[in-house]
Write a protein that binds this ligand. Structure first.
Ligand SMILES: [Zn+2]
Ligand SMILES: [Zn+2]
Length: 310
């Protein structure tokens, strides 16, 4: 039977995590799609609109938001009427690790309906590769089982007001289509994080994420259906069910950790309340994403994306 986590601490750590705050900024479907597009070389309004099928008004809003966040920088290419190219800024470029982990996850588990490249080639070593996460301190390959987590509530981030939710409240059906792939949205990532931190029961997840029963029940059922959670009877108490991560949701941890690290270092400039340690070397875990072939860290301009799907 799983150990009971400190539920109030877990709740406060999740609420003050750079993950949760970062997902408020960048966790919606269109924003994710725009960032992926920018890394694949999409620069212009019309090109985004054609490639992503995004409504013009929504596209204009998202480009403005990403510009205000300092992730995209507009450069005029035509005076009348004024037209702009949108380039990734240095801060935007720092999202590359997270984008690579997203691509790796989608390739393995996703529906491939996003405009993703078929193949990534590392120019430095000349090989097609699958990106993978390793430890910056010791360079060992790291999966979720190689990490332990300690929690330290970050009061500075508690004070940050929750950003306004974009758009209307989502129905579960729409929710299922947002974010990372077709199946993963902001709440799914937070639920995966709660389970990762040891919350395996309905009431525990409800407590730490502050989600009401009926909404949570729908969300958990949807995640079970789409292979992101296992729901098993608790052998110690037949009335309770235990929720566990699946291989697909375990694999989301790379994405979650890289994104949380980005938000911490390059946006909030605050340590995350959820602190991973690499068991192998005992150091605080700082992720790096490396080429699965030559094991060198990856830079956007050293990678060629071949064959765009979708
Ligand atoms: Zn290490
Ligand atoms: Zn390589």
């Amino acid at each position: 039977m799983p150990q009971t986590p400190d539920l109030d601490l877990t709740r406060d750590a999740l609420a003050t995590s750079t993950l949760s705050h970062g997902l408020h900024l960048l966790g919606d479907r269109w924003t994710v799609a725009l960032i992926l597009g920018a890394f694949l070389g999409v620069r212009r309004f019309d090109e985004w609109q054609t490639r992503l099928g995004i409504p013009r008004q929504t596209l204009a809003e998202r480009l403005k938001a990403l510009t205000e966040l300092g992730l995209l920088g507009p450069r005029p290419y035509q005076e009348r009427p004024p037209r702009y190219d949108y380039h990734l800024t240095q801060k935007g470029m720092q999202l590359y690790n997270h984008v690579l982990m997203m691509w790796a996850w989608e390739r393995r588990w996703g529906s491939r309906s996003l405009a993703l490249p078929q193949r990534l080639v590392h120019k430095t070593c000349g090989h097609a590769f699958v990106p993978r996460m390793s430890c910056s301190a010791c360079n060992e390959k790291v999966g979720i089982r190689d990490l332990t987590f300690s929690l330290e509530v970050n009061e500075a981030l508690r004070a940050v007001p929750a950003p306004r939710q974009r758009g209307a409240r989502l129905t579960p059906e729409e929710g299922a289509q947002m974010g990372l792939g077709l199946r993963v949205d902001r709440w799914a990532l937070l639920i995966v994080s709660a389970v990762l931190l040891g919350c395996h029961y309905f009431d525990q997840i409800s407590h730490v994420l502050g989600i009401g029963s009926s909404v949570l029940a729908r969300r958990l059922a949807g995640m079970v259906d789409s292979g992101l959670l296992l729901c098993q009877p608790d052998l110690n108490d037949a009335r309770r069910k235990i929720y566990r991560l699946t291989p697909a949701s375990n694999d989301l941890s790379g994405y979650i950790i890289c994104f949380s690290n980005w938000a911490s270092r390059f946006h909030f400039h605050e340590p995350s309340s959820i602190r991973p340690t690499h068991k192998g070397c005992g150091q605080p875990f700082v992720p790096q994403v490396v080429c699965g072939h030559c094991e060198e860290p990856l830079l956007p301009w050293e990678v060629v994306a071949e064959g765009h799907a979708g």
